[in-house]
Design a protein around this ligand. Structure first.
Ligand SMILES: [Zn+2]
Ligand SMILES: [Zn+2]
Length: 109
């Protein structure tokens, strides 16, 4: 097991309201675990407001997953029947990445 990076709370400035907010260790760990690249730019309340605004702009659509046949809500308009729910989509991506790794190739970053 590689040694875990020691995390410390960070103070960030919200892009929208200009207030300082704390980026907690837990949130940073989540960020690292998910392999996210963009550090949070907004405080919690502005992030929530921003998300609901995005949701307004991008109404959710119901799709039926091609794989598990479950109904799922997605933030885009499905162009075809060939659509996965978020869960299956993630699995497909992992599978694809594994295949690429097996072939000794690397993904462009
Ligand atoms: Zn804010
Ligand atoms: Zn599915």
């Amino acid at each position: 097991m590689p040694e875990k990076q020691k995390l410390e709370e960070k103070i960030l400035i919200c892009k929208d309201c200009g207030d300082k907010f704390i980026w907690t260790e837990g949130e940073q760990q989540f960020f690292i675990d998910k392999g996210l690249k963009n550090i949070p730019k907004r405080c919690k309340s502005c992030a929530a407001a921003y998300k609901s605004k995005l949701r307004e702009k991008h109404p959710m659509h119901w799709i039926k997953c091609k794989k598990c046949k479950k109904k799922s809500e997605v933030p885009f308009e499905p162009k075809s029947e060939d659509v996965y729910c978020e869960e299956c989509f993630k699995k497909e991506i992992i599978k694809r990445d594994e295949k690429i790794a097996e072939a000794g190739l690397t993904l462009p970053s």
